[in-house]
Design a protein around this ligand. Sequence first.
Ligand code: ADP
Ligand code: MG
Length: 252
Amino acid sequence: MLSVREVGIGYGAGSGRVRALDEVSLDFRPANLTLVMGPSGSGKTTLLSLLGCLLTPDRGEVSVMNAPIRGLSEEARGRIRRRHIGYIFQAFRLFHSLSAIENVTIALEICGQRGRKSRELAMHALEAVGLADRWRLKPGELSGGEKQRVAIARALVNDPPIILADEPTASLDSASGLQITQTLRRLADEDQRLVVVVSHDPRWLPFSDRTVTLQDGRVLDDSDAPSRDQERQQPPNMVETSSSAVLPPAVR
Ligand code: ADP
Ligand code: MG
């Protein structure tokens, strides 16, 4: 459904050129949460940007919904992004002058959808992340965990089959972090979405089906987590939260 084949990409030019990814091949499956780990600078964000069609590789092939994106115009790639991919950026990227619901409806406006229907869908997406009662508030009035949940609602509102999240629990306390991990886990389990999370936060390990480790732009390790169900029954030092993060039918 989503794959990279022997992709390579660098930044900069000449002798200052940095090779960010080299010969990376990976396939991602629906109803699966893949964790991409690796030290800072190992290429995690670059990989996610390639998967999200925000960047194009120098070499190799990226396919979204089993179709190669090579040679497509920027506009065509934008259409694929809006239809199939929900991207959760590092550090939220919310508009500070807009309320929570306006930060979500913006993703629909980009697709030409406005008005009452768009507010309804945005409200459902906020409900799905447990923020229905916070819809009027602006990012400055929300906690870090709530801001991240608005960012997730915005990624979900177009109902994309693919969700990509860059360091979604960075700088969140353990209760907020757990809500985010549970929310993204449900998107894979209950909605059968393909979820890729980039993080070096070990709290994700019990929630992942598979862990890909990058180092210096290459895949160092790629392993499935056969014992996930068993581990998730007893997550270490974590408090169970409500099930308010289940996406209502209207947004599916
Ligand atoms: P990670 O997310 O694992 O920290 P990145 O994908 O951001 O890694 O970066 C991989 C490598 O590419 C690093 O060496 C980084 O410094 C370099 N890099 C990333 N983005 C840029 C950029 N916009 N310009 C120049 N170098 C970059
Ligand atoms: Mg990064």
